[in-house]
Design a protein around this ligand. Sequence first.
Ligand code: HDE
Length: 691
Amino acid sequence: MAKNLNADAGNGGETHQRATGDGALLTTNHGVPVSDNQNSLRSGARGPTLLEDFVLREKIFHFDHERIPERIVHARGSGAHGVFEATDDISDLSKAAVFRKGEKTEVFVRFSTVAGGAGSVDTPRDVRGFAVKFYTTEGNWDLVGNNIPVFFIQDAMKFPDLVHAVKMEADRGYPQAGSAHDTFWDWASLMPETTHMLMWAMSDRTLPRSLRMMEGFGVHTFKLVNAAGKASFVKFHWKPRLGIQSTIWDEALKLQAADNDYHRRDLFEAIDTGAFPEWDLGIQVFDQAFADTQPYDVLDATKLIPEEDVPVRLIGKLTLNRNVDNFFAETEQVAFLPSNIPPGIDFSNDPLLQGRLFSYLDTQNSRLGTTNFHQIPVNAPRCPFGNFQRDGKMQTMVPKGRANYEPNSLAEHGEEGGPRESLERGFATANAATGPDETGDKLRVRAESFADHYSQARLFYRSQDAHEQAHIASSFVFELSKVGLLDQVPPRMVANLRNVDEDLAKRVADGLGIDLPKKAKAAKEPVDLAPSDALSIHKNMKATLEGRAVGILIADGTDAAALKSVVDAVTKAKGKAVIVAPKVGGAKLSDGTQQKADGQLAGTPSQLFDAVAIILSDAGCKALLKEGAAVEFAMNAFGHLKAIGASEAAKPLLDKAGVEPDDGVTGLGKDFATAAARRFYDREPGVRTLA
Ligand code: HDE
């Protein structure tokens, strides 16, 4: 490589070490080759920098504008490419090509937290976004859902209030990424319609173990439309093949310290190693006659339809099989629009959905800076598309000819006339009004059928097992205990909870140390609905190591054969074995071999794993007894209700960590692999006080 003459002329030295290997020529954005990417152009070796330096100016100019406004909500997200395959024939319900049995459609998926900024952490207590863009042959379909089937509000009018209340407080700029603060609970306690969603938000649903282990929901009622124009109502569900799995609160808090990118890394690494995450797409289909007979309104996004009433029918499979090549270009620039919908699917009159149809298109213009955001590769349809919209900022298409209006007769003159509408193939809105009050006078009202704010909150609570109920009560206590200044708020919230379940309200009041307030007046008295097992995580949990990770703590002297047998057992069960040692260079095993570690103990705590094995010799254990991180490794695994398999010699470490014998504390044999596939919730009352 030629010497840098300018640098040599100055202090005579190269400014950096050059990587070997030939790359393409480095140029400016306009293609001019760059000779020196280290030094700006100066007048004299120690003189001022010259304005003339177009290489420096262009580089800094572009850098200055690298950031774009983050999403107002759902700013922090992780994306991946994949494929959706339709597995069942539903042509009687929908004519959409994406549902044709055997049809494979490329997709892009972005998971997100809601409240935190783009640089916040992955594991706050928060709802998760689950947005899927299907690049169908009939245009893009964006199913922009969440991991919870209901929402906080019934009407789009309240969305800015919800978001202002939950985001960091306006004057102090904190807290980041969480709802445990004054303004959120002030607002929520004044809005009884939030109660059902609050039950979900305070449950372990908002603490997913992995993005690969959570359900997804379209939330709103949509419509499917068949070739004859017949519409049916539908709710969309995503069911993870790895099962639903959540962490517990203390673990989620400690994960924030251990790895800010816990979910993003987990998703990336799974896809990178070929462990492709999969979900089944399910639908609940029903008609107006069913809707008319339910004790809730199917257009109300604070309500769900119990799976026991309308079973979920599986109609397709989603597989995420490719990581993004560039986070900004794809995950950051992807623009989801609930209004993207192909023929065969349609909207309902849900007033929340109706508001979303405007908001998302509007926000992309300020976020991506141009009405042409659909031309960004991750957003562009894969099918041919064209119309007479023209120009605008960042126009990258070069339409030919004069046809930028319609109708035109240019083709009669031999010129290109442009695309044409099609009555047969075009999107035609399904005949909208099906239910009562769906047309009529213009009114700023909430339908009377939206008035029951508590029955389904009660249904959710009573469908949980005892451990899950304790977690919900404890989350309310934790969050409301963070309401610092507004003393009126916790009692007001508990007064609402009395409409959900008296025992829950009492537990929360006790946990807060306040008197049980008078029950809040309900807009409509709640009723008892039959509990739904499908709403509980625990009742549906899969005992499996697939997609889970086991941390194996070793030190000098660890028995080589025992280590190998644990690694083999974990791998055989499709889990990931991660070796942790005091030094990342590893440890010298009993047979004299040096075992490299995947993680250093101080930076690889047990909250990163679903179960742990501690394989130590007498000497190794003695050394680790003085190591706080080793004691915490065992203590937190126990406190987070995980299986702990340990060698005999590791016993003193377990004793020091306060690990007590139970079904989850095993030796290193077969019983460990079985135990590692689950968590031990019965242990919890012994390790912490729950409300
Ligand atoms: Fe969103 N929402 N939302 N939302 N939402 C956005 O759009 C909005 C709602 C959801 O990964 C924004 O492109 C309004 C329900 C997800 O890029 C914004 C209302 C559900 C994502 C917006 C709702 C969602 C968003 C911010 C009430 C679950 C992330 C940036 C009428 C069904 C998508 C953007 C991604 C993002 C508005 C309610 C899910 C501001 C006005 C209900 C998963 O346009």
